[in-house]
Ligand binder design. Structure first.
Ligand SMILES: Cc1ncc(COP(=O)(O)O)c(C=O)c1O
Length: 403
């Protein structure tokens, strides 16, 4: 008999399976359950994108593309970022198309962590630290660890509506075990929906410069910003050269299944990422790339319509939670709210389980996004307004007996 514990990678064995998997396995078996759990748009991909993609298949676009992705798509992304944010990249050297933002994160970490950890380093030399902020997207810590990095966390606090500050980052960089050379940002954030305002971003940028940090900025929800226009980190003074800007199509264009994202940054970093990509992935899906190009050319109006609808839903759900007595700040972006359930006296998993049992409504326990998410739940409003109203009424009923 093979002893797999001796065969499998120790890092992989040490990763905990996602804490919410079991819970959502149960949710999947329940009839008529309203789920505010999923992190993906309920909208289908814009019709024009679907139509062009079907035609592309008929026209024979069934082969590999170059490793960096279709040049026509990279050019379209460069135009898009220039138009939207006055952010400029050379499509030939500074952009790579990836399999979702997920793969862009993986490539970036592998490229940078190995750069910070030269082959043959002394066994006692510090490994590459990656500073990230909690509560955070469930994949970050496992991906940092799989890349051989050491996750170092800072916490965005509820007192500041979960918006990260330079002071949060500085105190972590100055802590005893600090070893981070890479700063990982995500705003608007999954799971809180919090963004970072211009003043705080400017201070974070100054800190990144002072400490010579490389910044990986996951801005997949950038287009889903409701009050203020999104500010890419790379547009802050001096940040373009030290920032890897990550964007994608899954959220703003309702294209999760097409699996397309992109990374833009310094050509040395993009070249390093392309090397890993060419050996591990060859290229992002060709059909997805064609779909993404079509989206940028012809579906900006659809993108804006979906964003406007999300905004109405956000207003509805924030109002609903506050009215039932669960404090909920008004998140500026993404499609999540993060209401505070501490008044109920339950922990977040207990709240989610009991709510499911009593009212057949599924929400995600906040501690799935790190310990600092305890006392909160994540609710996605990528669900029709009628469903949200229905869910809110049921949650209010559940909560009424508890606070
Ligand atoms: C913050 C964040 N980054 C990245 C991803 C992955 O996106 P993609 O579908 O582009 O791989 C998600 C998906 O939920 C996310 O929430």
């Amino acid at each position: 008999m093979i002893d797999w514990s001796q065969k499998l990678s120790p890092i992989v064995q040490s990763l905990k399976p996602s804490g919410i998997r079991e819970f959502f396995d149960i949710v999947a078996t329940r009839k008529d359950c309203i789920s505010l759990g999923v992190g993906e748009p309920d909208f289908v991909t814009p019709q024009i994108v679907i139509d062009h993609s079907i035609q592309a298949l008929r026209d024979g676009y069934t082969h590999y593309t170059g490793n960096s992705g279709l040049l026509s798509l990279r050019k379209e992304i460069a135009n898009y970022l220039a138009r939207e944010y006055d952010l400029h990249y050379n499509p030939e050297k500074e952009i790579i198309i990836t399999v979702g933002v997920s793969q862009a994160v993986d490539l970036a970490l592998r490229a940078l962590v190995s750069a910070a950890d030269p082959v043959g380093r002394r066994p006692d030399a510090p490994a590459a630290g990656v500073l990230y902020s909690e509560p955070c997207y469930v994949s970050y810590v496992p991906m940092i660890r799989l890349a051989g990095g050491v996750p170092q966390k800072t916490v965005a606090t509820p007192e500041n509506d979960f918006s990260l500050t330079a002071a949060d980052i500085r105190s972590e960089l100055d802590s005893e075990n600090a070893q981070s050379k890479i700063l990982f940002l995500n705003y608007p954030s999954n799971p809180t929906g919090a963004s970072i305002g211009k003043a705080a971003l400017t201070e974070i940028a100054a800190l990144a410069h002072e400490r010579n940090l490389i910044v990986i900025s996951d801005e997949i929800y950038g287009e889903l910003s409701y009050e203020e226009k999104h500010i890419p980190f790379a547009t802050l003074p001096g940040m373009r050269e030290r920032t890897l800007h990550l964007g994608g199509f899954s959220k703003a264009f309702a294209m999760t299944g097409w699996r397309i994202g992109y990374a833009c940054g310094n050509e040395n970093l993009i070249r390093a990422m392309t090397k890993i990509h060419q050996y591990s992935m060859l290229c992002a899906p060709t059909l997805g790339q064609i779909a993404a190009e079509t989206a940028l050319k012809y579906a900006i109006g659809e993108r804006d319509k979906m964003r406007d609808e999300y905004r109405l839903r956000r207003d509805l759900i924030v109002r609903g939670f506050n009215a039932m007595g669960l404090p909920c700040f008004n998140p500026q972006g993404a499609f999540y709210v993060f209401p505070d359930i501490r008044k109920t006296g339950m922990n977040s998993m207990q709240f989610a389980q009991e709510l499911l049992a009593a009212q057949n409504v599924a929400v995600v326990p906040g501690d799935a996004f790190g310990d600092s998410g305890e006392g909160f739940i994540r609710c996605s409003y990528a669900t029709a307004r009628k469903e949200i109203e229905h869910a809110l009424a049921k949650i209010a009923k559940f909560v009424a007996g508890k606070i």
